[in-house]
Design a protein around this ligand. Structure first.
Ligand code: PLP
Length: 404
């Protein structure tokens, strides 16, 4: 008999039932659905380059499809030649020297983050998560049994946490610091000195770091920055690096990322992956191999366009009364404060929160934007500027008119 408390009546598990839908994908899906209905929606929601994957990478994938070697299972942890290419690329781009046994090839950076936390955390272990945070981090930590502890940094500190704030959040249960620079959602870039100071605090307190380097090549204005385990070599045995091809080579749909870390962590994460998903699709791995073996021409060209769009969007947003948009140093997001627009009446309705504001904007101006609530910091909006120059101007002009 099924009673209210029987195992059968508890339909979705508590662990998975607690996961929220990705707010960024939700906004993007809504914008795409409205577009499909013929509405002239401009979407600032998506976190992906608007450029196609470079031809030489696509050609390598086409060739890989025809090669029967790629029609079979391959080692769960990744093709050996791709692991070697990741080792070489990492030494070339960030200066971190590792061995292939320290690399696990994953289905994108997302799976890398999930598997890394699963390999590092025991129930109750705390992870310090600087906020505004990318929406996936707290979910991945909780799924792995960990407890995310948020540390909020606002626009007055360029959305970057200080060592004092980290220290105030540290407890006996703290195991890992989550670190990301350039950041999604704020685009903030930590300077080399700031990274060294944070690294010294991590080392002094016997913690681990998971550092997400997916936007490493999108740093503007020649800012002086670097990779945390390179700037803080003493942390090498307690650092896990996450990276991937998605943002650098306009390859979000190919789903290739990786974990780099100490061998025991990587081995454990590889065991997990061997039961969860086995090897990443071989055609995608071959495409990633071609990407990494090539040069950085494609990302350099994208960077020029992103930099131009960054300047346009920052200056246009700052022309709106009630909006304050700092100039981000990296990635392809701006994160303006819209606190000056809240609590006012628009068309007979008072908009109290950034979530209500973004719904109002979608409704009235047909512009899709993700509210700060998705990133643990209400009162802000995140706009991706990885869309065409004309769309950016048109979209922000609509906002300027809406709030004139
Ligand atoms: C900060 C950050 N890390 C990791 C990822 C994961 O990228 P992917 O899973 O597409 O490789 C993203 C994607 O938006 C991101 O913004």
């Amino acid at each position: 008999m099924v009673t209210m408390t029987s195992p059968r009546s508890r339909r979705v598990s508590q662990r998975v039932g607690a996961i929220a839908e990705s707010a960024t994908l939700k906004v993007d899906a809504k914008a795409k659905a409205l577009k499909a209905e013929g509405r002239p929606v401009i979407g600032f929601g998506a976190g992906e380059p608007d450029f196609p994957t470079p031809d030489y990478i696509v050609e390598a994938a086409v060739e890989a499809c025809r090669d029967p070697r790629n029609h079979r299972y391959t080692p769960a942890g990744g093709l050996p030649e791709l692991k070697r290419a990741i080792v070489a690329k990492t030494a070339r781009d960030s200066g971190l020297v590792v061995e292939p046994a320290q690399v696990l090839v994953t289905n994108g950076g997302k799976q890398a983050i999930y598997e890394a936390f699963a390999a590092m955390l025991d129930p109750g272990d705390e992870v310090i998560v600087p906020a505004p945070y990318w929406t996936t981090y707290p979910e991945a930590i909780q799924l792995a049994g960990g407890v995310p502890v948020e540390v909020l940094a606002d626009e007055t500190q360029d959305y970057k946490v200080s060592v004092e704030q980290l220290e105030a959040a540290r407890t006996e249960r703290t195991k890992v610091l989550l670190f990301v620079s350039p950041s999604n959602p704020t685009g903030s870039v930590y300077s080399a000195d700031e990274i060294r100071a944070i690294g010294a605090w991590v080392e002094a307190n016997d913690l681990w770091v998971l550092t997400d380097e997916i936007y490493e090549h999108l740093v503007y204005d020649d800012l002086e920055t670097g990779s945390l385990p390179v700037l803080c070599p003493e942390l090498a045995d307690h650092t896990v690096v996450v990276n991937g091809v998605a943002k650098t080579y306009a390859m979000t749909g190919w789903r290739v990322g990786w974990v780099i870390g100490p061998k025991d962590i990587v081995k454990a994460a590889t065991n997990l992956q061997s039961h969860a998903t086995s090897n990443v699709a071989n055609v995608s791995q071959r495409a990633a191999l071609a990407a990494l073996e090539g040069d950085l021409t494609a990302v350099d060209a994208m960077k020029v366009a992103f930099d131009r769009r960054r300047r346009t969007i920052v200056s246009m947003l700052n022309e709106i009364d009630g909006v304050y948009c700092p100039t981000p140093g990296g990635a392809f997001y701006v994160y303006p404060s819209v606190k000056g627009l809240l609590g006012k009446e628009y068309d007979g309705q008072v908009l109290a929160t950034s979530a209500e504001l973004s719904e109002y904007i979608l409704d009235k101006a047909e512009v899709a934007i993700v509210p700060g609530e998705a990133f643990g910091s209400p009162g802000y909006l995140r706009l991706s500027y990885a869309l065409g120059d004309d769309d950016i101007v048109e979209g922000i002009t609509r906002l300027q008119k809406l709030f004139a």
